[in-house]
Write a protein that binds this ligand. Structure first.
Ligand SMILES: Cc1cc2nc3c(=O)[nH]c(=O)nc-3n(C[C@H](O)[C@H](O)[C@H](O)COP(=O)(O)OP(=O)(O)OC[C@H]3O[C@@H](n4cnc5c(N)ncnc54)[C@H](O)[C@@H]3O)c2cc1C
Length: 549
């Protein structure tokens, strides 16, 4: 994979000479006087998924042109969850030059083709939200045709997508020779980022968050990232209020130019020190707590489901994330409607009956976003920047988006305010867009059988979503009708959720009754035939993954 040289590559003899000098002198020699104007010292506070993803990404982008220190507390643990991802996460590993074989075995990782929503419409109902775009026939999506043809024979998701059949047969998205089951996925040469994604990549991953952080920490250490295990007890500011340095418990001082706050919900630098306000989304989204369990599984016996399951429960929903060797399970709920003890009991009886020895991890969630994630010389990434809730696995996507934007808008010593302003707008748009998408889940879910589900229908609706929702009672969401800025979800996802949850137009678009439907019918048949062929051809997820692990 070619490595790009953003500032022009120094010649080989310079590298040889530099190798004999101390690091600071070598950098000056290699990158010349421009370097004096660049930010050189980056301090990252926090060693969770956000801290280590950021350290690895900045190192991959800028190499030894910057020095990176990660400081993490041995007393304050990481959040310990965050195991399901979004299909775009492949750009992160790709940027680092990591193949699946390099990292998946270290993180108990498995494939994720979709989220299966259970009981959101009524008990026993289910549908899949796949990483697969909708096909279009004669200018209308298969969703419009499905409504017009009166539901064909099967449910919408199973009629219009290949993925549900693969999920139900527990198939792997790769053949045993490693090739992908769909061709013509992005043909980007070299490293790629979210903005390079033109086609929908068909899968994401499940992984153990602690192991991923450990893997990324070891990798970063090998590449020269300094790792300090100590508590930050004080954040000192200069006369302008900018962060000058950190004081640690063991008495050390950490001086830097750019400080990245990856301290999780604490927001130690951004919120506590720089007093940047946090905008809560609790007025529009119901859940504020979670309880999680790690449940061992025998993959040889039960296989591996290549999807996350989100099962609606009385006061929230339960995630089941199948890793290689255990399931990550958790109940996300609102403490207005359920106590932590009730939530734990519900989760245990659902996910791990009789396994009382498993330790439950109770988590309070801070739902919303910091007003600005970049303030002065501090950029917050991860939970300190913002978090909606785990429902569409977007926490790690926010981290990835944040670090990609940080690289694209990386400052020099002039600290041009336009960089921070642009960064803050983009981060806010992504988080606000996902917030709207999640509000759709609760508003559109047909369930109203408990006080919690009744209340989801009367909660405030953000921004323009109310008028969009009323429009979607007549026509399905399309590109021009959803949240208008990049937020990771395309219109097909909004359609899948609206129909799956029971919030679909009562009638099809009138125009379709006047257009010949033969091509559309043929396409539904095509989908069914292709799905059956793939189920016959692809190995099971377990069969494939056991060769990697
Ligand atoms: C219930 C729940 C479920 C989730 N599920 C998903 C999911 O399925 N998919 C997904 O993409 N995302 C998910 N997320 C989000 C995901 O977990 C986070 O985005 C991700 O783990 C990043 O966390 P973090 O690194 O920001 O914070 P943390 O993991 O909390 O790490 C904070 C770090 O800061 C350090 N620290 C704190 N204070 C100090 C100090 N004073 N001095 C030194 N170090 C300090 C700690 O030691 C720790 O290393 C979930 C989140 C929650 C709450």
């Amino acid at each position: 994979m070619p490595h790009r040289e953003p500032f022009g590559a120094p010649s080989t003899w310079l590298f040889l000479l530099a190798a004999s000098l101390p690091a600071g002198m070598a950098r000056r020699l290699l990158y010349g006087k421009n370097r004096g104007y660049m930010i050189q010292e980056v301090i990252i506070v926090g060693g969770g998924t956000a801290g280590w993803m950021t350290a690895n990404y900045l190192q991959a982008a800028f190499g030894d042109r910057i020095s990176i220190t990660v400081v993490e507390s041995s007393k304050v643990g990481t959040i310990g969850v965050g195991e399901a991802t979004f299909s775009t996460v492949r750009h992160f590993f790709d940027y680092l030059g990591l193949e699946e074989e390099d990292w998946m075995p270290h993180c108990s990782a498995s494939y994720k083709l979709a989220i299966r929503f259970e009981n959101w419409r009524e008990p026993g109902s289910y549908f899949y939200h796949p990483f697969e775009r909708l096909r279009v026939v004669d200018g209308f999506s298969l969703a419009d045709w499905w409504l017009s043809l009166d539901g064909t024979a099967d449910s919408f998701d199973r009629s219009a997508f290949l993925t549900p059949a693969l999920c139900e047969a527990k198939r792997c998205p790769r053949l045993l020779d490693g090739s992908l089951f769909v061709s013509a996925i992005d043909d980007v040469v070299g490293r790629s980022t979210l903005s390079d994604q033109r086609a929908q990549f068909p899968y994401a991953y499940h992984f153990d968050a602690d192991r991923l952080a450990f893997f990324l920490a070891s990798r970063a250490a090998g590449l020269g990232v300094r790792h300090v295990v100590d508590d930050v007890v004080e954040v000192r500011q200069d006369e302008r209020g900018w962060i000058s340095h950190l004081v640690t418990r063991l008495g050390g001082e950490l001086h830097g130019e750019l400080f990245v706050d990856c301290t999780g919900f604490r927001g130690l630098l951004l919120n506590q020190t720089l007093a940047e306000p946090f905008i809560s989304f609790q007025n529009v989204l119901p859940n504020n707590r979670a309880v999680a369990l790690r449940v061992p599984t025998n993959v040889e016996q039960v296989g591996i489901k290549p999807y996350t399951t989100a099962t609606a429960a009385d006061a929230g929903w339960i995630w089941t994330i199948p890793l290689y060797g255990r399931n990550g399970c958790g109940y996300v709920y609102s403490d207005e409607f359920c106590t932590p003890e009730e939530a734990e009991a519900t989760l245990r009886s659902f996910a791990a009956p009789g396994q009382d020895e498993l330790r439950a991890n109770h988590i309070r969630m801070r739902i919303g976003r910091s007003r600005n994630s970049w303030v002065k010389n501090c950029v917050a990434i991860g939970l300190s920047s913002g978090f909606v809730e785990p429902l569409e696995s977007t926490g790690i996507f926010f981290i990835q988006h944040g670090i990609e934007q940080l690289v694209k808008l990386f400052p020099d010593k002039s600290w041009n305010p336009a960089l921070a302003r642009t960064y803050n707008e983009r981060v806010a748009q992504v988080i606000d867009g996902v917030k709207e998408f999640l509000v759709l889940h609760y508003r559109a879910a047909a369930r109203e059988d408990t006080p919690y589900w009744k209340a989801t229908k009367t909660r405030e609706t953000p921004g323009e979503l109310a008028s969009r929702l009323s429009c979607w009672q007549t026509i399905l969401p399309d590109d021009a009708g959803i949240y208008p800025h990049y937020h990771g979800f395309e219109s097909y996802s909004w359609i899948v959720m609206a129909i799956g949850l029971g919030y679909q137009p009562r009638t099809a678009r009138p125009a379709l009754s006047m257009i010949d439907s033969r091509s559309a019918r043929a396409e539904f048949t095509n989908v069914a035939d292709q799905a059956a062929r793939l189920v016959g051809k692809l190995p099971s997820a377990y069969e494939y993954l056991r060769h990697i692990h």
